[in-house]
Design a protein around this ligand. Structure first.
Ligand SMILES: Cc1cc2nc3c(=O)[nH]c(=O)nc-3n(C[C@H](O)[C@H](O)[C@H](O)COP(=O)(O)OP(=O)(O)OC[C@H]3O[C@@H](n4cnc5c(N)ncnc54)[C@H](O)[C@@H]3O)c2cc1C
Length: 503
């Protein structure tokens, strides 16, 4: 039976990436439903203005709102992202790649990496990266769309995009408004609660206007105006687990080829991102304020820019963590209003996306059955914790010695779910997969091996093949990758042919 109390109006507070992603997705999903959607944002307050790297799932979002990666890239100076190059995390001068792709081919039900570990133990090691097409393409600055029906695991890879975050929000806003979303540019000065239910009844805007609604989505960024400030939902602070709490961002002009990957370079008190766009390079230093001053961080970033600085430094403070509930009463928080995990694996936008998808899955009526919110919150907490632990692995397994931040994070205790994962991996090269993980086994593999966390033993089933058998098979895999790679084109040419910015 259809609900007799359907939601009639959705009010989205905030028009950054989160607000406009929610508007664009909901208006499309509730096409032909009698639901009004209104975005209230204040151009005087502005958006956080960073958030330029994504993960492949973003392309599902593009599809869901009726667009494509190429169209988004044209509108946002976008480029391809095949993964992340980690520079200096094991030690100065060492690099490895976290690809959006698989490694090698499994055989007889045994994962490829077990055979690789066997060869390594026998002293016949070849770089793990040699068995990943995605890494091979990225490191040669090449790209091609992944084959739709790959013949085997060797051909499997995926891609995401880098984009200009403000242009992305503008692109989404144009689509959402064209589809019927109302837009109000005004400061929210107050929030009125319903005396009986405690639900949010209306937003009060500057000038006294009020906007009533059934469902409110808090996308007001770090201010967390609705769920935090008004409903008083506490913030779970994870600063003791992940050390960084500030960032400085500064774009510059590009020198060198258009790389199809994000670079993350470990520095004395954090790490630096490099995100190539068509017209500039986004750079930032994410750091722990206990270990470096803002002035030093800005100065470090300035000296490391590859080209002319294109803006003044943008300093951002953050507290790693999340709201204990991201759905409370008739309010759902998305984006920075819900929580923030530092951008080491570009996961904030994906959390916005999964938050929207889940809201659609659990879409309430005006009774707001608590069971819906409880399940939404349970899943969100697990999702955040799983990402937090993956990020923590990067820090905990670092090999930088003699730098206080890195020494301290290496020495700290780990949350039990992560500790269990590492124990299983170290014992036998096995992965533990929990529910609501954002990162699959190949991601964990690239990080473990990249950071030199190597298991003591490999799977005994790996002994089916002799070392010579494996040597021959591995050579064939490398040849297959080389053949596939030869079909790709320079990333820059791909962008020029398919995604040239329309500016
Ligand atoms: C240093 C850094 C790097 C990042 N890098 C990445 C990355 O590479 N990849 C990734 O996925 N994510 C990244 N993120 C996260 C990403 O930037 C955010 O998740 C994303 O931009 C969403 O922000 P938001 O829309 O929640 O908030 P904001 O962009 O802050 O928008 C808040 C909105 O609320 C409105 N608002 C606030 N108060 C009021 C009020 N009183 N009245 C009216 N309107 C109001 C503002 O006008 C604005 O429109 C990064 C974040 C940081 C801090």
């Amino acid at each position: 039976m259809a609900s007799t109390n359907p939601i009639r109006s959705i009010v989205i507070a905030g028009g950054g990436t989160a607000g406009w992603m929610a508007a664009a997705a909901l208006v499309r999903r509730f096409e032909r439903h009698p639901i009004t959607i209104t975005v209230v944002e204040s151009s005087a307050i502005g958006t956080v203005g960073v958030g330029e790297a994504t993960v492949p799932g973003i392309r599902d979002f593009f599809r869901d709102i009726g667009t494509s990666g190429a169209e988004v890239m044209q509108a946002t100076n976008g480029t391809v992202k095949l993964g992340i190059q980690f520079d200096g995390w094991r030690h100065e001068g060492h690099r490895f790649f976290h690809p959006f792709g698989l490694y090698g081919a499994p055989s007889r039900g045994v994962q490829f990496h077990q055979y690789w570990l066997k060869m390594r133990a026998a002293g016949r090691e070849t770089p793990l990266a040699d068995y990943c097409l995605c890494t091979a393409l990225a490191e040669a600055n090449l790209f091609m769309p992944p084959p739709e029906a790959p013949q085997g695991d060797l051909g499997v890879f995926d891609w995401a995009v880098h984009f200009d975050a403000s242009l992305f929000a503008r692109f989404l806003a144009a689509r959402a408004k064209a589809a019927g979303v109302a837009h109000i540019d005004a400061k929210i000065e107050g929030v009125r609660l319903d005396g009986e239910s405690g639900n949010i009844a209306a937003l009060t805007l500057e000038g006294g206007r009020t906007i009533e609604g059934d469902l409110f989505i808090d996308c007001t960024g770090f201010r967390s105006l609705l769920i935090g400030q008004t409903l008083g939902v506490p913030y779970l602070d994870w600063t003791a687990i992940l050390p960084c709490d500030r960032a400085v961002a500064m774009p510059c002009s590009r020198s060198g080829p258009l790389t199809p990957y994000t670079r993350s370079t470990a520095l004395q008190a954090g790490w630096q991102w490099r995100i190539p766009l068509q017209n500039r390079v986004g750079n930032g230093y994410v750091y722990a304020s206990r270990h470096i001053s803002d002035d030093e961080a800005v100065a470090t970033l300035r000296t490391r820019l590859e080209g002319e600085a294109l803006a003044e430094p943008n300093l951002i403070r953050f507290t790693t963590g999340k709201r204990t509930q991201v759905w409370a009463k008739n309010c759902v928080a998305l984006g920075l209003a819900a929580g923030f995990l530092e951008p080491l694996e570009s996961t904030s936008i994906t959390l916005i996306q999964t938050g929207i998808e889940r809201l659609i899955d659990f879409f309430p009526d005006r009774h707001f059955d608590p069971a819906l919110g409880e399940e939404y919150n349970r899943i969100a907490t697990q999702e955040y914790e799983r990402i937090r632990d993956f990020l923590l692995l990067h820090y905990w397994a670092n090999g930088r010695r003699g730098e206080p931040m890195w020494d301290a994070v290496r020495a700290q205790g780990l949350p039990e779910p992560l500790s269990r994962k590492i124990r299983l991996w170290s014992a036998r090269g096995r992965f533990v997969r929990y529910l609501w993980e954002s990162f699959a086994d190949p991601s964990w593999l690239s990080l473990y091996v990249g950071l030199d966390v190597i298991p003591e033993h490999y799977d005994p089933l790996g002994d089916f093949f002799s070392e010579d058998d494996l040597d021959t098979a591995f050579a064939k895999m490398r040849e297959a990758i080389a053949r596939a790679k030869a079909l790709a084109m320079p990333h820059e040419e791909f962008i020029a042919a398919h995604c040239r910015a329309q500016i």
